[in-house]
Design a protein around this ligand. Structure first.
Ligand code: ADP
Ligand code: MG
Length: 348
């Protein structure tokens, strides 16, 4: 979910100097900026000079900020038509938008087909209700309550993805149903991460690891060792002595996790998370976390949400049918299951 962009702080620090595999020495740099996409963004990369690294970091940061504003569903920005503008004009009129919005929506329609409707960005009407109840429940835990099924069912009649009318020639988007709204929280972060990684690579960044709020994308491998990057998957159990659940080797690919442990609220001692299964209109309860490895970070993000809403057998068959896509499921009782090749990515 995308919220307010607060101040962005860019910190850059060098950690160590290593001889590169080419003729020039490469130095490892790290940058961090806060509150883009409501999270922390981290970049680790190897460049010849600090200036070079700073240049890439600033481009990534500025790019992410633009994506953040375009894909925001909660806030308006001066002079920008974003997803919120589209929602505000549902049933009223088409809205002229940046190509990056059109591309995201086209991608989201493909995702809907691929995931058989489990990841549906037209689900705003239902998600909004859960968001309201969750926010109220967090503010006033004593009186936390669940949305009535009737209200959810009513809203679910306004979630038809076909009612998103995209006019590419005029670059407009129109929501045909006045009661529908878009929520791109399931995939926008991953999609934006993928786009900025491509840009950074195209302008010359050769070896880096980008993490946008845990949405991780490797740009090539670690060029100084010619080995994959090591990326930790957070332990869903905060009580566990090991904060890292598994370490995954990433070589020019992406790792994204959806979990029930970060955004949830409690009603009568039971947790309700933020991923809603379109088939029940209630938070999906099959797993604690699902991690996806895929080349494309947008796909990984979209699939992590979809798989979270699918029973294990169905998800397993689905993932194994997709090339170069792997999944790890952590069940509530801590049982772990893997797709056919996930384990080959785990660092021993
Ligand atoms: P996170 O945002 O924590 O990284 P996800 O990528 O799984 O986790 O996205 C969850 C967000 O996606 C929710 O906060 C909500 O905005 C949206 N969402 C929840 N359920 C669905 C769904 N079935 N289809 C589309 N979007 C969803
Ligand atoms: Mg997701």
């Amino acid at each position: 979910m995308i919220k307010k962009a607060v101040s962005i702080i860019l910190l850059i620090f060098t950690t160590l100097v290593l001889p590169g595999c080419g003729e020039k020495e490469l130095t490892k740099y790290q940058a961090e900026f806060i509150m883009l996409f409501d999270t922390v963004t981290r970049i680790v990369g190897y460049t010849e000079t600090k200036e070079e690294f700073t240049g890439y970091s600033q481009i990534i940061r500025d790019d992410l900020k633009e994506y953040h504003q375009l894909y925001d569903i909660y806030n308006d920005y001066e002079g920008i038509n974003n997803i919120k503008t589209i929602n505000d004009n549902a049933g009223i009129k088409p809205v002229k938008v940046d190509k990056r919005i059109i591309d995201l929506l086209k991608f989201s329609k493909e995702v809907y087909e691929k995931t058989k409707g489990k990841t549906n960005i037209a689900y705003g009407a239902v998600l909004k209700i859960w968001h309201e109840y969750r926010t109220e429940g967090l503010e006033d835990p004593e009186n936390a309550s669940l949305p009535p099924l009737e209200e959810l069912e009513k809203a679910s009649q306004h979630t038809n993805i076909e009612d998103i009318i995209i006019d590419e020639v005029n670059s407009t988007v129109f929501l045909k149903d006045p009661l529908m709204s878009l929520d791109v929280g399931a995939l926008a972060k991953g999609y934006a991460t993928e786009q900025v990684s491509k840009t950074a690579r195209d302008i010359g960044l050769k070896s880096a690891l980008l993490s946008v709020g845990g949405n991780v994308r490797a740009i090539n491998n670690n060029v100084t060792t010619d080995q994959p990057w090591n990326v930790g998957i957070q332990n869903p159990d905060p009580e566990d002595e090991n904060p890292i659940f598994k370490v995954v080797k990433l070589d020019d690919g992406s790792l994204v996790t959806s979990g029930d442990y970060e955004r949830f609220y409690t009603v009568d001692g039971k947790r309700y998370n933020h991923i809603i299964d379109p088939d029940t209109l209630y938070p999906a309860e099959y797993f604690t976390a699902v991690s996806i490895i895929s080349k494309d970070s947008g796909i990984a993000d979209a699939l992590s949400t979809a798989l979270f809403c699918m029973p294990f057998e169905e998800g397993l068959e689905f993932i194994n049918s997709l090339p170069e896509t792997e999944a790890m499921w952590i069940f509530k009782d801590k049982t772990v299951r893997y797709s056919d090749n996930f384990e080959s990515f785990i660092k021993e």
